[in-house]
Design a protein around this ligand. Structure first.
Ligand code: PLP
Length: 411
């Protein structure tokens, strides 16, 4: 495992500031990442030069906007090795992508007796939409358990074998747990689901900007992610879906842009992806997301993955020396992706985050939208440090020193 050049920091204007009189140490990348200059410039350039609505205009600016929007879609397909850019639906982010599949595919396909299988490590975004659609359709929601602390909170694969029956119509799981730092073996999980005829949906919110992802090699049916967690802007995300599935699904929302014809009492839909993009889409942010794809591929996702994993391993080693710490997920020396969440008996996560902020350190504290998992683990909350391309070993030393000071205060 190796680290990226610290000079990458200079690509990110927001990092060049002090908080509480100290240089900013931004370790809240699991919530959202900072944006490189190229993404900020792409956004500004669109509004300064090309701003127009897409698909419905014949003038120069509208054509430029349409070309930019569709080029972003093609680039999004390439980023995850989708076979066809028609398999890319632009959404507001992971949450909307999952809701789209739950409401559209779910309402058309789920019946009483069917099972939707998810896991105990899901973010609420990949949990609540399945509660809703199973309740609406009479289908049943089941969970693959997270194994105990000895098993470092990985998925219980024996339980998964038993749960995967032919009644399971869809298995939806997170690629990278936002609380545990566990990177699930997506290809293996998809193969297991396929063996019983179940479709698969991957929540790639935490992995998309950090790990190489090839949807054809993984063999998933749907994959959801948010642009803002991969150096792109907020308000834009992607639902990848296999073309035959998307073309078979009813619209999620209706209105302009998604119809082929409208009569007084009847309308016909366009094929995917337009069928799922009712109304004026988020053109500017899609175009800025294109710049984020280019930026990350310019570094190389294997290199980013190595960097994040190396920092997380260093953080685990440094933090494990702190008195009374409980670190969730894989233990020191075991593979873990670029985030570490931890708890102390002596201090609540919100206090830790507030005090760390005074040292210029941005962390996240709380239930991380994993309330049922937190309950199972017997924790009200954890503190999470999450890493990205611009973070350095020196910042981990700053974090460890700050936490040591805070713990002394609460002792
Ligand atoms: N899934 C996971 C694993 C996440 O970490 C998050 C956000 O933190 C989401 C889904 C939801 O992403 P968004 O709020 O961008 O829709």
């Amino acid at each position: 495992m190796s680290l990226l050049s610290p000079a990458l920091r200079f690509d990110f204007p927001a990092l060049d500031q002090h908080v509480g009189g100290k240089p900013l140490v931004y370790l809240d990348n699991g919530a959202t990442t900072q944006k490189p200059r190229s993404v900020i410039d792409a956004l500004a350039r669109f509004y300064e030069r090309n701003n127009s609505n897409v698909h419905r205009g014949l003038h120069a600016l509208s054509m430029r906007a349409t070309d930019g929007f569709e080029a972003a879609r093609a680039r999004a397909a390439k980023f995850i090795n989708a076979a066809d850019s028609a398999e890319i639906v632009f959404t507001r982010g992971t949450t909307e992508s999952v809701n789209l599949v739950a409401q559209s595919w779910g309402s058309a396909n789920l019946r009483p007796g069917d099972i939707v299988l998810i896991t105990e490590m899901e973010h609420h975004s990949n949990l609540v939409p399945w509660q809703q659609i199973t309740r609406q359709t009479g289908a049943t929601l089941k969970y693959v358990p997270v194994a105990g602390a000895d098993a470092e909170h990985g998925l219980d694969l024996d339980a998964l074998e038993k749960l995967l029956t032919p009644q399971v119509k869809l298995f939806a799981f997170t690629h990278l747990s936002n609380t545990l730092g566990i990177l699930n073996d997506a290809a293996r999980l998809c193969a297991k689901a396929r063996a019983v005829g179940a479709l698969t949906l991957i929540d790639a919110a935490q992995s998309i900007g950090h790990e190489p992802i090839d949807v054809q090699a993984i063999g998933c049916d749907f994959l959801a992610y948010s642009g803002h967690k991969m150096a792109g802007p907020t308000g834009i995300g992607v639902l990848y879906g296999k073309r035959a599935l998307l073309d078979d699904m009813p619209p999620y929302q209706t209105g302009g842009g998604m119809i082929s014809t409208v009569d007084w009492f009847e309308s016909k839909w366009k094929p995917a992806p337009e069928r799922f993009e009712a109304g004026t889409p988020n053109v500017a942010d899609a175009i800025a997301l294109h710049a984020a794809f280019d930026y990350l591929d310019g570094i190389g996702r294997p290199a980013i993955s190595d960097h994040d994993h190396a920092l997380a391993a260093q953080a685990c080693t440094a933090l494990s020396e702190l008195p009374g710490i409980r670190i969730l997920g894989p233990k020191t020396g075991k593979p873990r992706a670029g985030l570490v969440s931890f708890a102390f008996a002596a201090a609540h996560a919100h206090d830790i985050v507030t005090f760390a902020d005074q040292d210029g350190i941005a962390l996240r504290g709380g239930h991380h939208c994993n309330q049922p998992l937190m309950k199972k683990l017997g924790l009200p909350s954890t503190t999470r440090a999450s890493f990205y391309v611009y973070n350095t070993p020196e910042e981990i030393a700053v974090l460890a020193a700050s936490l040591r000071k805070i713990l002394k205060f609460f002792a």
